[in-house]
Design a protein around this ligand. Sequence first.
Ligand SMILES: [Zn+2]
Length: 463
Amino acid sequence: MSLRLSFYGGAGKVTGSNFLIEGARGRILVDCGIEQGADFCAADMYGPFPYDVKAIDALVLTHAHLDHVGRVPKLVRSGFRGRIFMTPPTKDIAELILRDSVSILRQDAKRRGAEPLYEERDVDATFALIETLEYHTEKEIAPGLTVYLRGTGHILGSSSVRIKDEDGTAIALTGDIGNSPSPLLPDWEPVPDADALVMESVYGDRLHPPHRERVALLRDTLKRAIGKGGAVLIPAFSLERTQLMLYELSNFFAAGELPKVPVFLDSPLAIRVTEVYEKWGPTYFKNAAEEEMKREKSLFEFPFLTKTFSSAQSREIEKTQNPKIIIAGAGMSHGGRIGLWEAKYLPDPSTTLLIVGYQAPGSPGRRMAEGASSVRLNGRAVRLRAKVEILEGWSAHADRDELLKFAETALSEKRTKVIFTAIGEPSAERFLAQRIHDYLGGRAVVPEAGEVWDIAKDSVKKV
Ligand SMILES: [Zn+2]
């Protein structure tokens, strides 16, 4: 018996994760994300799915990032009626992320003259199909196929997925692997018990600075930025990055390491996601953070933090004198409230723009990180005279050495016959595959989009 693995998205690309696993009787889709880059949503995403949606028994979501879940409501609209599995925190966050994207996707579709990817009612229909699954619980979710989730330390609730048939043949997919150790989340768990492993490679060819340095660097950069007297803008992904920033800011202020300046969390989505972190933290954080949470009640609150929920509250921020810190989305500066603050403050040389996350090629954030003198934000050109500071190491993704360590643990039981390096830019996927081969003696393959492989206990072959 064998399992068939098809790469429909996330091959040669960081975004658009979408993989199909077929057994003798059952079919499971893992992730159904949107591809993002220069646009919030790539043009291809509007087309039909390349497989029979109605024939799929179940969908498993590794985590709640849009590039892993963004096409689920479209899948449901296209006739998918199976069950959808994920961890309880992923469910809560995915609901926020999907509902938050409705209006931005509607604008994207309008610009293209296309039907929106999905509407609010499709999100409702999606949530009627969801069942939560805890880590470390084997469950049959399609005829003859079981699923097993483990933590990956990437964002709250993130998991790797192992799918096994009745014969014991197994394929595992990592989703995204975290930049462990995180101050909040438990470290990623090894996945040594699959015949084939699909692993992410976002930072397959790059190193992060050590964790201790990244905190000191953040503190020193913030001190310098506040010293300039201008606004400090942090475009942050609402999920995980924002909570990490709040956690570190709270520590800096409590230790008296930063001047007391107002901080604005200017993002309804980030405010709500932070509430989900507060809700699930006591059960899903690492032990030390759970203890800290019990002691301090909240890890993300501090006295000069203002959460601006409505746009009227957001507009008030302007009246607060500089220096001040504004944290807002979108993380790659594709619109959102940060786009408005960038348009206002980036032409001012006293402003500091703090880039703390991955910026996809072609995104406004990437252009600013690469030193553009002007950038298009919300449809208009903005001069960039602010200081741009790029802080490495805050990524929620493992770096190249950590990914190699993950691969080493995967190969430790000598069961895994092939590692596919996916979910990365092609150069990063190739680099990681080469290192798995050279350093670990493992077989590593860089799959192309559309490739199909048959995985059995004694052989793996491309179809
Ligand atoms: Zn992710």
